[in-house]
Design a protein around this ligand. Structure first.
Ligand SMILES: [Zn+2]
Length: 701
């Protein structure tokens, strides 16, 4: 069996994702590899496929127990024998794993880095033929990284102790130069093949919502996406608990996770989430390391994270199956306060003094980058990619900012009034009193405090309150004002020197939505236009079957088939074994276990809905030839394609026959590097139709 066959038979894929083929070929040619791959890029296949083909065993060093268990479960499910050794096993269980490995049962063995120091393990390793050592999360070896693990430093000693040096492959999602150099040096990689796949995750839609009423937003969002699984990250335990009460009170099946809970409760929460018993989890950033759930459709950040590295890692837990998913950050000026507070109270025990300053500076810089993300009016995706070193010329057209139009208002003069007002309060009052003063509100409390006697009382009474709120948050973000982080949260004077410069302007951005419908519905899973309405009905049927099987077998649903596989299965609606193998993600072992049950489900759906067309692509292809499930669709003078399409919310040209010229144009656009969405726009066709056509031309798989 070669690599391609292994990929198909065990993993069910017909083709490689970017980078995979190069990496696998290099390993099989005996070369070391350093691969930088973002989450969801199909990293594990890169070492699992060669591990199946190399003569000896592959040792995978992985820092995360839960991830190890998940991967081993998934491998065994696919008919590949794999084991793991970590602190969750008893001594007796560990001995059994060694014995089985020595008998040659396993092709892959996952170990925690601490294990490399144990004599038992080195003895065992001495008796095995080790073909490859794979270092997962290799950035843990770098002191530059945020996840430095001292035990990773032992890896190279372990490799040196082996009789024959195996191939060493290192994988990470962190791309900065310092980290890459560190990995290469510290692991003593020998002339490694370096592969970096792009950081862009095309299926993720990024958005920043600057709002105060975050709770309402979250509730509304979850109501609109009742079938979707998602993670809501909060900065503090208090917020987790508060939001948990709110959502569970509203009847949402939700669970929570933070470091203040005991181990057992945390484990239970995590499992409820993974097994889709509670499709939504509210958590602090303690949650998620090693979670490999592929069908997370949204990640909402209730608070701004402390760095872009954190944000991209957490947001990147959405859409691992490649299906459209949303990453939404809810932002308010208060987030900056919270973060400054958290950084000011960071624990520096055991850290040498000379490092503390460096770390503080680094943290402050990271926070600035994050603030910039929340405030930019440019393309959000490009902001992220630029930060990670990937330059893009054009906006992505698939993020909140690309779908918004901003207008900027110069509020410099109003800002000066706000400063005067804060001066008059002597820094004693919070936002509401200041707003009341500026607006000239008629409130007893204002009289009581003597605010009605201020020079600035009523100075901005013509301004809408919302605008003034926006102005004050902006001034806090710009540092002109300072809001204390304690419970009284008063507003004090910040650094106003820059305002004395006549060239300094305070600009407030307001935006209106270009596509209001898009923001409330239609994104997320339903944004994928591979499936027709009937297709989604079938998808739901298959999803229920998957859940039932998952409960029977006590495994997470996505281990059986990913959402992506079920979507493809719904589109192709296969009725036999051969058809099933055309579905991406269906390999032999999976077919043997589940194939027939899924075929039966599809058959019964089809017999109940004999005219059902489940795939957009097929619907279009069929209408080209004027046949649709045996029925003729007349395309005479009476058929108004544009009107027909508009009613169905499809591009004007969807379903029209392809002319030779249009085909030629498509090929040229493809060569120019246009994205599928850009081509869809240019041709006024659906995303799915363009993909289907490109496939037909043999340009994509
Ligand atoms: Zn964009």
């Amino acid at each position: 069996m070669d690599a391609k066959e292994t990929l198909k038979v065990y993993f069910g894929y017909d083709s490689y994702k970017p980078g995979q083929e190069e990496i696998i070929a290099a390993i099989l040619a005996g070369k070391d590899v350093l691969a930088v791959m973002p989450t969801g890029a199909g990293k594990s296949v890169c070492y699992q496929v060669p591990a199946m083909l190399l003569p000896g065993i592959t040792i995978i060093i992985s820092p995360l127990i839960s991830l190890m268990q998940d991967q081993v479960k998934a491998l065994n499910e696919s008919g590949i024998h794999a084991g793991y050794i970590n602190s969750s096993l008893t001594e007796a269980q560990i001995s059994r794993v060694y014995a089985r490995a020595l008998e040659g049962t396993y092709k892959l063995l996952y170990v925690a880095p601490e294990r490399l120091e144990s004599h038992e393990f080195t003895d065992f390793a001495g008796r095995m033929e080790i073909s490859m050592v794979t270092v997962d999360e290799a950035h843990c070896i770098s002191q530059w990284g945020q996840d430095f693990r001292p035990s990773y430093l032992k890896i190279v000693e372990f490799i040196d102790s082996l009789r024959r040096r195996p191939v060493v492959s290192a994988f990470t999602a962190t791309a900065t130069e310092e980290v890459k150099t560190d990995i290469s040096c510290m692991l003593k990689l020998q002339d490694p093949k370096a592969v970096a796949t792009g950081f862009d995750r095309e299926n993720l839609y990024f958005d920043v919502e600057t709002i105060r009423k975050k709770d309402d937003y979250v509730l509304e969002y979850i109501k609109e996406h009742p079938d979707d699984s998602g993670i809501i990250y909060c900065a503090t335990r208090k917020n987790v608990d508060m939001l948990y009460e709110l959502l569970s009170g509203a009847g949402v099946p939700v669970t929570r996770y933070h470091a203040g809970m005991n181990n057992e409760d945390r484990k239970e929460s995590q499992n409820d989430f993974i097994f889709d018993r509670s499709p939504v989890i509210i958590a602090t950033n303690a949650f998620g390391m090693g979670i490999d759930k592929s069908n997370v459709r949204f990640v909402i950040h209730y608070n701004m994270p402390q760095s872009m590295e954190n944000y991209y890692q957490e947001a990147g837990r959405a859409g691992r199956d490649g299906e459209p998913s949303q990453c939404i950050l809810l932002f308010s000026a208060q987030d900056i306060m919270i973060n400054r507070f958290l950084l000011d109270h960071k624990d520096f025990t055991d850290i040498p003094d000379e490092d503390i300053d460096l770390i503080r500076q680094r943290d402050a810089r990271r926070l600035q980058v994050m603030e910039g993300y929340c405030r930019t009016t440019g393309c959000l995706r490009n902001y992220i990619l630029t930060y990670f070193g990937e330059r893009r010329e054009k906006p992505c057209d698939s993020c909140g900012n690309c779908h918004r139009e901003f207008t900027q208002t110069d509020m410099t003069e109003d800002a000066k009034q706000v400063i005067n007002c804060v001066y008059e309060t002597k820094g004693r009052y919070g936002l509401n009193i200041i707003l009341g003063a500026l607006l000239g509100a008629d409130r007893a409390r204002l009289k009581e405090l003597g605010v009605t006697g201020y020079k600035t009382y009523g100075a901005l009474k013509d301004r809408p309150e919302a605008e003034l709120r926006a102005l004050i948050s902006q001034m806090i973000m710009d540092g002109y004002l300072y809001q204390t982080a304690d419970k009284y949260s008063v507003i004090r004077m910040g650094d106003i020197k820059p305002l004395k410069d006549p060239d300094t302007h305070v600009l407030i951005r307001t935006y209106k939505d270009r596509e209001p419908d898009r923001r409330t519905k239609g994104r997320g899973r339903k944004g994928s236009d591979t499936l027709t309405k009937a297709g989604y009905e079938l998808f739901d049927v298959l999803r229920k079957l998957r859940l039932a099987i998952a409960r029977e077998e006590g495994v997470p649903p996505y281990i059986i088939f990913s959402d992506k596989t079920l979507i493809d299965m719904s589109a192709k609606a296969p009725h036999d074994r051969t058809g099933m193998f055309r579905v991406s993600g269906v390999g032999e072992a999976k077919y043997d276990k589940y194939g027939e049950r899924f075929i039966r489900a599809i058959d019964s759906f089809m017999s109940e809905n004999p005219d059902a067309v489940t795939s957009m692509a097929y619907e279009e292809d069929d209408s080209n030839e004027n046949i649709q499930s045996g029925k003729k669709r007349k395309e005479g003078a009476s058929f108004d394609r544009v009107e027909y399409n508009r009613k169905r919310n499809r591009p004007d040209g969807a379903g029209a026959s392809w002319t030779e010229e249009e085909d030629k144009q498509l090929d040229e656009e493809y060569d120019l590097g246009m994205t599928v969405s850009e081509m869809a726009k240019a041709h006024e066709r659906t995303y799915g139709a363009i993909r289907a056509r490109l496939k037909k031309h043999g340009l994509i798989e």
